[in-house]
Ligand binder design. Sequence first.
Ligand code: ATR
Length: 298
Amino acid sequence: MKEVYEIDDLANRTLLDAGADRPARLAVFGQPIAHSASPRMHQAALDADGIAARYIRIEVPPGRVGEALGRMRDLGFIGCNITVPHKLEVMGVCDEVDPAARALGAVNTVRFDADGTRGFNTDGPGFAAAVRETLGLELRGLRVAILGAGGGAGRALAAQCVLSGVERVLLVNRTVSKLDELEKHLGALGSGSDLRLMDFSDPGLAESCRDCGLIVNASSVGLKAGDPALLPDSCFTPGQGVYDCIYQPPVTPLLAAALACGCRVANGRSMLIHQGALAYRLWFPGRDPLLTMAAALG
Ligand code: ATR
């Protein structure tokens, strides 16, 4: 058994399952992948449900996503999760992509059905469930600011907000020109949400952020020690919800600043759990792995 498998390990069952008491039938793949918490959550749920299957990590380089999926399918996998940097590439190699996943511009979950390979996105609905659970907020009718809206995660969350019928999305990105295409895409989703674009130096940023019921960090700022808070205190207002998709560290400088200003805050742990639980339920309808997954994550 390996901590991280490679695409060549998907050659046959003898190689893949050497030393294991159960067959690998689910996986997460990306590059890098060694850090992924998904196996911990999913294996706990499989074990709790008495399903004799392993959930493994596979390192897959860009350009080989179609090959990886084909090999898994041939080996009788149930499905897989896909993480950075493959969420876009995988859309092109599924037989069918769920319309919501297409709107979000990314696939993070695949199910191998008898009649084809189907792609889904549970990050967006997982985010909606996470803000409901941790902050008590419904996206419908809300005004939401998304920081780092030009990145892959930010684009998907902005689309989820629009699909969920938010009143307004304030798209904030360091490089505002990166938002033009996203604005067109969101507009074409036709929900009627008000779209506003800004960079972090816009003089109207503070007022526009205070005017939002929810501020979301979808950028990578806050991951590294020494990262700044991303927004000045003038952007926060007491009672406002502030969600950081980062979960390590658990309190980013943004969340610490927001807390000090009287905001209600939550980190990305809840989104990680909800996206995982939703993926599991696509493979095993009717199951409810949420509590098991949360406990397994620690
Ligand atoms: P992807 O998710 O597509 O891989 P990324 O390059 O990792 O994207 O960037 C994620 C987001 O973090 C982007 O919105 C990026 O802003 P730019 O589009 O302007 O590059 C944002 N980001 C990264 N470092 C940042 C910083 N120091 N300040 C503000 N935003 C930053």
